[in-house]
Ligand binder design. Structure first.
Ligand code: S3P
Length: 177
């Protein structure tokens, strides 16, 4: 199977951007971070977009920028934690690439996002107790979307080789092939 686009899905803190960058680098294909695309397109930080324009506006921009990735034939694309849950984005990703869910437990997510709560508008107003409750509840709500991904990987033991190891049928071709 020739690889076109891989969409990385998963909750905040599951390592989509971190591993996406590494895997794209190892495979010699472009890396796209959807949140960064939204920030460039709107000229605003995600936190400011949420605050000044509201979440609905952010979700529209997210759906729009997601579809723009359809112009890049081969890439690893890190989506936002909520991307699969709005505007039929999940169906669109499944039709336009390979979808890979990085699965993480609430405890793992908590340990990652606690350190960088401030840059995430959905988390920054929550105290530590509320944070775990929010993660558990939102993860449960989002699972039906994440489970529509074509592949699932536990994010807790990933390595830079994992993409090829875990998805052996996916052949990642470099730009030179
Ligand atoms: C969101 C996750 C964020 C970002 C926005 C909303 C969410 O991306 O898109 O703050 O709804 O879970 P990351 O998952 O990359 O943190």
């Amino acid at each position: 199977m020739d690889l076109e686009r891989i969409f990385l899905l998963g909750f905040m803190g599951s390592g989509k951007s971190h591993w996406g960058k590494i895997w794209a680098d190892v495979s010699g294909i472009p890396f796209i971070d959807l949140d960064t695309r939204i920030e460039k397109a709107t000229g605003m930080l995600i936190a400011d977009l949420f605050e000044k324009e509201g979440e609905d506006h952010f979700r529209k921009q997210e759906a729009l920028q997601l579809r723009e990735t359809g112009c890049t034939p081969k890439a690893i694309i890190s989506t936002g934690g909520g991307t699969p849950c709005y505007y039929e984005n999940m169906g669109w990703m499944n039709r336009n690439g390979v979808t890979l869910f990085l699965q993480a437990s609430p405890a793992y997510i908590l340990s990652k996002v606690m350190l960088e709560k401030e840059k995430r508008p959905l988390l920054k107003k929550l105290n530590d107790a509320e944070l775990l409750f929010f993660i558990e509840k939102t993860l449960e709500d989002r699972m039906p979307y994440y489970m529509q991904a074509q592949y699932t990987i536990s994010c807790e033991n990933l390595t830079s080789n994992s993409l090829q190891d875990i998805l052996p049928e996916l052949k990642i071709r470099t730009n030179n092939e």
